[in-house]
Design a protein around this ligand. Structure first.
Ligand code: FAD
Length: 403
């Protein structure tokens, strides 16, 4: 059965421009991504040419200024794009999400002008980015990371001009360690890597670096064989005496924890959008199937139990949508959004899991087999409660904010 499905959710809180943008991305997802979903899931890779198409459409540099080759859009636009793509394939949505809400956002906020000129324009024009914080021993406790950075002298990397000491504090840095669970790793050419300059000072030693594919001592390791979002690559990264120039320091030494936290606060809204889109896609398939599937001489959509299930799901989706949109609007308005970001991720991932589970049940036996789209939504939904902070981590953030 096709992964393409008509979509009936009202877009009333969107401006006309935003509605058009959403509809355009949805159309692209329906026409280009839907036919490839099953194969991409089976083969655990994106369809050939798909990543390039995302770049051509401007979906990989949504907030990057037009002067640097980006689309010059808002954070809200990025969230809409992630939602629209996730209605069809949450695995493609996470590629777009990491690129926009984590990597490009971190650079927009923390990069120096020359780094922006180089890397934001590359990110807008064809370079995939990855965000590397987690390690085997540090997941929820992210700042317990052990990947180390050590200052080294690199005479050949000394800047030609005289720069303030805080911009080029030394010749470079040597990275050693291993990152785990890094999304986009197979496709990426730019990696935002968090490492510690001094484990003894705890989170205050954490520093952010820009590591480029092909740098000596850096390699992408094993790819995970996942339950869901299988087309998205999730790999380990290995640093074995990887020496990078000081120019690849992002922000200041010891400020990596701030970059990581602030970026993840935004990223969580993107995951909320991914889970929202997933729920909308699953709901649309369930509703269509319920109208077509006949038992006891009529479509199962005529049984009140099925109607109530679909009505309850639609209500939860509407709530998740308002929460995701509100958090994204707050972010664009420059207002505080930490509480709302955590709440929308927590809530939308619960909704996605429930809706996808109900969707499987409405499909009956067909919900349990791979020829129909229901089971994939169900497998994909689980990740919403795990990455960019588990549901417990969101509850901890919310508790801190509300108490
Ligand atoms: C598909 C996938 C993609 C990912 N992509 C990226 C990426 O691109 N970049 C990146 O840096 N990381 C990425 N991650 C890592 C992800 O962010 C972590 O898996 C996540 O933060 C959870 O960490 P953990 O797996 O170590 O679980 P743990 O931290 O070991 O948590 C296990 C369980 O214990 C609970 N728990 C832990 N501490 C507490 C506490 N104090 N109170 C209550 N409960 C607690 C958690 O809620 C969870 O239920 C990805 C992970 C996956 C699976």
């Amino acid at each position: 059965m096709s992964h393409k499905c008509d979509f009936h959710f009202p877009l009333t809180t969107l401006s006309e421009e935003e509605q058009l943008f959403f509809a355009t991305v949805r159309k692209f997802a329906q026409e280009t991504i839907a036919p490839a979903v099953r194969t991409m899931d089976d083969e655990q890779r994106f369809a050939p040419g798909l990543v390039n198409k995302l770049f051509e459409l401007g979906l990989m540099g949504i907030e990057i200024p037009e002067s640097l080759g980006g689309a010059g859009g808002s954070f809200f636009d990025a969230v809409l794009a992630v939602e629209a793509i996730a209605t069809v394939d949450p695995a493609v949505a996470v590629l777009v999400d990491v690129q926009n809400t984590l990597v490009a956002n971190a650079l927009q906020r923390w990069a120096r002008e020359e780094q922006k000129a180089e890397w934001l324009s590359k990110l807008a024009r064809g370079t995939v980015g990855a965000y590397a914080l987690s390690e085997a021993g540090s997941g929820s406790d992210a700042f317990a990371l052990t990947t180390s950075a050590e200052k080294v002298n690199l005479p050949h990397h000394q800047p030609r001009e005289i720069l303030p000491v805080d911009r080029h504090p030394c010749g470079g840095y040597r990275l050693n360690g291993r990152k785990l669970w890094i999304s986009n790793a197979r496709e990426a050419e730019l990696f935002l890597v968090f490492a510690t300059l001094d484990p003894a000072v705890g989170y205050r030693g954490i520093t952010a670096f820009l590591v480029e594919k092909g740098m000596a001592g850096f390699s992408v390791g094993r790819k995970e064989d996942k339950m869901g979002i299988r087309a998205s690559s999730t790999c380990e990264l290995l640093f074995d005496n990887c020496v990078i120039p000081a120019a690849n320091l992002l922000g200041e030494e010891g400020k990596g924890y701030k970059i990581a936290i602030e970026t993840l606060n935004e990223g969580r809204i993107g995951i909320g959008a991914q889970m929202l889109g997933l729920a909308e896609g699953a709901w649309a398939h369930a509703a269509k199937y319920a109208k077509e599937r006949r038992q006891f001489g009529k479509p199962i959509a005529e049984f009140q139990a099925v109607q109530f299930a679909l009505a309850g799901m639609a209500t939860e989706i509407e709530s998740a949508k308002l929460m995701v949109y509100n958090a994204a609007r707050l972010k664009d308005a420059g207002q505080s959004y930490v509480r709302e970001a955590a709440m929308c991720k927590l809530f939308a991932s619960n909704v996605a899991e429930r809706v996808a589970s109900n969707c499987v049940e409405i499909f009956g036996g067909n919900g349990f087999v791979r020829d129909y789209p229901a089971e994939k939504y169900y497998r994909d939904a689980k990740i919403g409660k795990i990455y960019e902070g588990s549901s417990n981590m969101q509850l901890m953030t919310i508790a801190k904010q509300v108490l």
